[in-house]
Design a protein around this ligand. Structure first.
Ligand code: NAD
Ligand code: TYD
Length: 337
């Protein structure tokens, strides 16, 4: 039985990964280490928290002693590191926590993993480390890292550390870099759930700048299957991009959400742009497709419908995550735009 330490498994992608593994790979035992920041939520694990093959530990990846104890006590053979501060706008207003979690936290995991003979250390990274594209071209695994936001700079630093531990200490690692995810359990600070939440409440939809920034949308389940393929089939030391082949300008996404919810276009408000805003991301996923046989299974049209339905069906979840500090966050981020 494979024994995997998943970090950040109470967040958006991590919880979808935990759910997928427990449902589809019963030969796997998961220890889920998460410090439950504003983005981590045990409700994201509803129905799976007490699963026989799942153990939740509340703790910080920066706590090296705790991580080492988990690796030793639980007989961990694989680490998948999802834990991160993940929102670009927050990194612009406060970069320090991004360095602490994304850089020092990853370093702490690497130090704890070194010398333990792990089968694999999988670092869940992002296409944002490559920077921004013009109208043409796609990111490949050979594209130079050129991050523009404090978030992407911290993820690039972590990627370099992972590679350095591989070359210096023989740690068997992989890095995955995928495009923008969407789907159930995404915190409503990112574009799609924020717009759904605002539209449901007849609040303005704040589109940054001209709204013609392009993202390559990947349904979260497909990201999880990509990571699983990497765990199962990748050679150590390889980097894999994963993308949905779904390039869309933000305005198209926002219009689609409004149409689907039967809300008026007058809710759209063009607001002050994000500083250093990357114009376009697009992924060349040829390597993971040809080497590991991965394919995205959900089209954007299916995925956005499933996502909107999920938010409509999970009003309680949404109500809980937008209570408390959320309004304070929203006002601080959007009041001056
Ligand atoms: P998220 O913000 O929803 O979740 C992050 C999780 O990490 C939360 O549960 C949080 O509590 C936990 N966490 C934060 N700091 C921690 C710490 N110090 N110790 C332990 N746990 C901690 O993020 P997400 O969108 O699920 O992203 C997961 C990973 O995927 C991140 O590494 C992110 O960089 C990467 N990624 C995300 C996207 C995307 O579109 N969301 C795209 C590409 C890559
Ligand atoms: P986001 O979901 O924050 O992901 P990322 O910046 O990591 O790609 O943003 C996706 C796109 O949507 C990006 O071009 C910024 C834009 N955006 C808005 O126009 N308004 C918003 O309120 C948010 C959160 C994002």
């Amino acid at each position: 039985m494979s024994r995997i330490l998943v970090t950040g498994g109470a967040g958006f992608i991590g919880s979808n990964f935990v759910r997928m593994v427990l449902s589809e790979h019963p030969e796997t035992f998961l220890v889920n280490l998460d410090s439950l920041t504003y983005a981590g939520n045990l409700e994201n694990l509803a129905g799976f928290l007490d699963h026989a093959n799942h153990k939740f530990v509340k703790g910080d990846i920066c706590d090296g002693q705790l991580v080492e104890k988990i690796i030793d006590d639980e007989g961990i053979d694989t680490i998948v590191n999802f834990a991160a501060e993940s929102h670009v706008d927050r990194s612009i207003t406060g970069a320090k926590i991004f360095i602490e979690t994304n850089v020092i936290g990853t370093l702490s995991l690497l130090e704890a993993a070194r010398g333990k003979g792990l089968e694999r250390f999988v670092q869940v990274s992002t296409d944002e480390v490559y920077g921004s594209l013009g109208a043409e071209g796609k990111f490949t695994e050979r594209t130079l890292l050129s991050p523009n936001s404090p978030y992407s700079a911290s993820k690039a630093a972590a990627d370099h550390l992972v590679g350095a531990f591989g070359r210096t200490w023989g740690l068997k690692y992989n890095i995955t870099r995928c495009s923008n995810n969407y789907g159930p359990y995404q915190f409503p600070e990112k574009l799609i759930p924020l717009m759904i939440n605002n539209a449901l409440k007849d609040k303005e939809l704040p589109v940054y700048g001209d709204g013609l920034y392009v993202r390559d949308w990947l349904y979260v389940y497909d990201h999880c299957t990509a990571i699983w393929r990497v765990i199962e089939k990748a050679q150590p030391g390889e980097i894999y991009n994963a993308g949905g082949c779904n390039e869309k300008p933000n305005m198209e996404v926002v219009n689609l959400i409004l149409d689907r919810l039967g809300k008026p276009k007058s809710l759209i408000k063009h607001v002050k742009d994000r500083p250093g805003h990357d114009r376009r991301y697009a992924i060349d996923a040829g390597k993971i497709m040809s080497e590991l046989g991965w394919r995205p299974s959900v089209t954007f049209e299916e995925g956005i419908n499933k996502t909107i339905d999920w938010y409509l069906d999970n009003a309680d979840w949404l109500g809980h995550v937008v209570s408390g500090d959320y309004q304070k966050y929203y006002d601080s981020m959007y009041a001056d735009r």
